[in-house]
Design a protein around this ligand. Structure first.
Ligand code: SF4
Ligand code: FES
Length: 233
């Protein structure tokens, strides 16, 4: 079956503004949007730019907007979209570097702000820092996050206020604050209770809909809000 890819193109070195360009791709069952983009780049137009690496929904680099929804191109099957035309655009709100490649610096700086590593100053036991299965269960979702940015890019609070930490950063804060081995809870709670922190989340749930790993950052942010109001800082 022939499918039209309508792709938002922009090269800041050449173009005054973004424009759509159409390509026709012969699609077989099982082909993903990433396969379609590769087909275009390798056989029709080598100037098309996009990020990809693992092709297995693990690295998070191929997040983009596909028919208006943030998805991973490598695990979105074209025929399952049931459309003759697939509209592909860069993730919203991040500055475009070229075509579907966006600048993620601000996104990763906000992850770094919450100190995304174990803070444990007391000496470890003779072998390792143990954690009960019940405590580990609290992290089951948060450790799956692949930092693709689909959630933050879909968040109206982030569209409105670029200083807002955003769902991915807060989800990462949850991952360490609720880690029974971590001793940096108060430090992180102070960081995320800042005016551009978790109180900017209005539980709109766009991040939950956008997450390609079916995670729930809104729930994690709600748990963090409860933690803040029950912790003496
Ligand atoms: S929570 Fe989901 S959408 Fe957000 S960065 Fe992690 S994997 Fe991507
Ligand atoms: S290429 Fe790695 S998540 Fe899609």
């Amino acid at each position: 079956m022939e499918i039209t890819f309508k792709i938002l193109r922009f090269d800041p070195d050449k173009d005054k503004k973004p424009y759509y360009r159409k390509y026709t791709v012969k699609v077989e069952p099982g082909m993903t949007v990433l396969d379609g983009l590769n087909e275009i780049k390798w056989r029709q137009d080598g100037t098309l730019s996009y990020r990809r690496s693992c092709r297995s929904a693990i690295c998070g680099s191929c997040a983009m907007t596909i028919n208006g929804v943030n998805r991973l191109a490598c695990n979105t099957q074209i025929l399952l979209l049931k459309r003759k035309t697939i509209v592909v655009e860069p993730l919203r709100r991040f500055p475009v570097i070229k075509d579907l490649i966006v600048d993620m610096d601000d996104f990763f700086e906000k992850i770094a702000i919450i100190k995304p590593y174990l803070i444990a100053n007391s000496p470890a036991g003779p072998r390792e820092r143990f954690q009960s299965p019940e405590d580990r269960k609290l992290l089951d979702e948060a450790v799956i996050c692949i930092l693709c940015g689909a959630c933050t890019s879909s968040c109206p609070s982030y569209w409105y206020n670029k200083n807002y930490l955003g769902p991915a950063s807060l989800f990462k804060a949850y991952r360490f604050i609720f880690d029974s081995r971590d001793e940096g809870t108060e430090e992180r709670l102070r960081i995320i209770s800042d005016r551009d922190g978790l109180w900017r989340c209005h539980s709109i749930f766009n991040c939950v809909e956008a997450c390609p790993k079916s995670l729930n950052p809104t729930y994690a942010i709600a748990e963090l809000k409860k933690k803040i109001v029950t912790t003496k800082l």
